[in-house]
Write a new protein. Sequence first.
Length: 458
Amino acid sequence: MDVVIVGAGPTGLALGIDLARRGVQALLVERERGLFPGSRGKGIQPRTQEVFDDLGVLDAVRAAGGPYPARLIWKDGEPVGERPVFEEIPADEGTPYTDPLMVAQWRTQEVLYARLVELGGRVAFGREVTGLEQDADGVSVRFADGTAVRAGYVVAADGGRSAIRRALGVGMTGEPVDPASFLVADVTVTGLDRDHWHTFPAAGDAGLALCPLAGTDDFQLQGRLPEGTRAELSLAGVRELVTAYTHLDPGRVTGVRWISDFRPRTGLAERFRVGRVFLAGDAAHVHSPAGGQGLNTSVQDAYNLGWKLGAVLQGGAHEALLDTFEEERRANAADMLGLSTAVHRGEVRRGRATVQLGLGYRGSSLSVDTRTAPAGIRAGDRAPDGRVDGVRLFDAFRGPHWTLLGASLPRIRSLPSAPESYGPGVFLVRPDGYVGWAGETTGGLREYAERAGAFAGT
């Protein structure tokens, strides 16, 4: 076995898809008997939509959800105002997706799981990991039923209470974001339209919101409770909250599909790699749900790690390439934690700061720009969409390969130029859609491509 992925949430499933399309033998193991049943991470940011486009699931994800409705604010049983959830960002040729999608997490995971199976991947449900040992050649993973499996690498995508992280002895630093208790639930409600995100503020920053979950018949209930109080996690408890905060009669809540409570906090693992074991998703970083950054940052972890594991396992890249996962993703996750907290506290608006289109790796050792005065897109930046000789770049990028713009190199997919929006130069685009190398000529390009594993598997 090449890779064992522990956890079949969005992180593990996205990584499984990426490895499957590269021909890497990977096994996903999940402690639970099935996929996560709730709506928790419902926001799919534009950058994640670009990732899903590449992984072949964007159309299905779009069909499973829909756009965010405007917020409708209620007071004393009457609507008193309406406002958009996100500031508007105009689309252009380089950024075709600018609006976040609302997709219940359980639906996103169903789409990802179907794609994984289509590619020949699989998930072993009901397999709880209890420990692991690693040596110079691989990792042995032990399960609660007494069995074990051996793999070249292990990826811990098993959530904020990661058993793998604890087994490795990796600490997590962070802080509380809000002293209040929060409740989130998927409920069936009558008496409210599905064209608005209904918000019922109360004294002392407490309040309740009921958001129609696109692609379902449910509403997502979100409650911020007064400090020192907690709600009963049941239909009766939800009805009590709805009665206390809204004008609706308790009987309007006719069912609860899923429910959870939490206190928002941040957490960042001290390390994202220990030998042959990697931490990704919530196992590596825990966010406030405000701003919709957690699931999206987790998918970016998978997208960053997948091509690197593939390059090493297929024999064309040095194992040191895997060190750049922690180098790139830990700094990025730290930034996203700060952003999530700022959104939660009302210091940053949901908009350009939260769509993740501006994230990049300019400071990475994998980002090499040999131009004397680079203008426009630089090494480490997201590679925008555009057209070259009638070919859409995102179509050219789609797949597990590297793409060269403005020159040609044997065994690398190439286009004769880059769009004007890139500025002058030659650009080598990584499999995860970031510019790895840029130069005025191709001098040094081959050496970089060999070091970064661009020829692996070709």
